[in-house]
Design a protein around this ligand. Structure first.
Ligand code: NCC
Length: 276
């Protein structure tokens, strides 16, 4: 299979991936009493468009990066899971427009998802690793973590905060883009929140800067910038096809290689700016 160029990969991503969120009209939710808690409109019709966006990975290499001001200068900032800003402003900034969380964060006791103020700024977007090509009903009956019970609880406590759930089709459409552009079979697990959030922002923004997804010269085995825990698998991947995700992003990067080395910064165009 011929290796696609960066512009071709970008166009493929734009054409074959659709950022879809759950709405109350979808089966099996439409027949459930809490369906009305789901946002009636798609995320992409309610958020943005933004001129410039920052996607802040949670990588340990953000520590001592001093990138906070640069990150906050974007019109919108996306962060992941339990990644804090308080105490780390110098390195990661303080603005949070969207927080993408996996269902494990919503369900585990240590993250205090329902009570911690960490989750209360900006819009929330949640996802759960759904079985490949399973329909919504199959997934609903067998989620990886109890995403729906936690969603309902959170909505009751914070009814005014925008809170979306990604359609599982989206995660597998992104997975398929990785697989179709790799020479070898990759593990059949969904992409990491990092890549999902990057594609999400490409559909909302004119330009997207992703920080420390491709590691800079600060590359470290420190897993997260906010925790004293060391594991190279955080950067290289284990469950998620992270190394392949990074390969794909490297090929799509429109910024200079030097920006990766010095700032851990990748530049990607928004889908609306692509002429395919
Ligand atoms: O670690 P995590 O990811 O929350 O990080 C968010 C995204 O940043 C990128 N990253 C992170 C660390 C690192 N050293 N290099 C990186 O490139 C990745 O793209 C990552 O997706 C997830 O994807 O949702 C993940 O979540 C954690 C965990 O569930 C949450 O942090 C909550 O504790 C997963 N860790 C475990 O299950 C132990 C991780 O595998 C994926």
């Amino acid at each position: 299979r011929p290796k696609l160029s960066g512009p071709m990969l970008l166009c493929q991503l734009k054409e074959k991936v659709e950022v879809t969120t759950l709405t109350p009209d979808l089966q099996p939710f439409s027949s459930l009493p809490w369906a009305a808690q789901l946002p009636p409109k798609q995320l992409t019709s309610e958020l943005g468009p933004y001129k410039s966006c920052a996607v802040v990975s949670s990588a340990g290499s953000l520590r001592y990066s001093g990138l906070g001001k640069e990150i906050d200068s974007h019109d919108a900032v996306l962060r992941f899971n339990a990644a804090p800003t308080t105490g780390y402003e110098k390195d990661v900034g303080s603005k949070t427009t969207i927080r993408l969380i996996n269902s494990q964060v919503m369900a585990s006791d240590d993250h205090r998802f329902l009570s911690s103020s960490l989750y209360s700024s900006g819009a929330l977007v949640a996802w759960d690793p759904a079985p490949f090509s399973a329909d919504l009903t199959q997934w609903f009956n067998r989620t990886d973590y109890p995403i729906f019970t936690q969603y309902q609880r959170y909505r009751r406590l914070h009814p005014l905060q925008p809170f979306y759930i990604l359609h599982p089709r989206f995660e597998w459409q992104v997975w398929q883009r990785i697989q179709d552009n790799m020479a070898e079979p990759i593990q059949k697990n969904p992409p990491s929140s990092g890549l999902l959030g990057t594609v999400l922002m490409m559909s909302l923004c004119d330009v997207v800067h992703v920080y420390e997804f491709l590691p800079s010269r600060r590359k470290t085995e420190l897993c997260h910038y906010y925790q004293r825990f060391f594991d190279a698998a955080c950067t290289l991947g284990a469950y998620h096809p992270l190394l392949y995700e990074k390969n794909l992003v490297k090929r799509m990067n429109q910024g200079a290689d030097r920006d990766i080395y010095t700032h851990g910064r990748v530049t990607l165009p928004g889908f609306n700016k692509l002429n395919c």
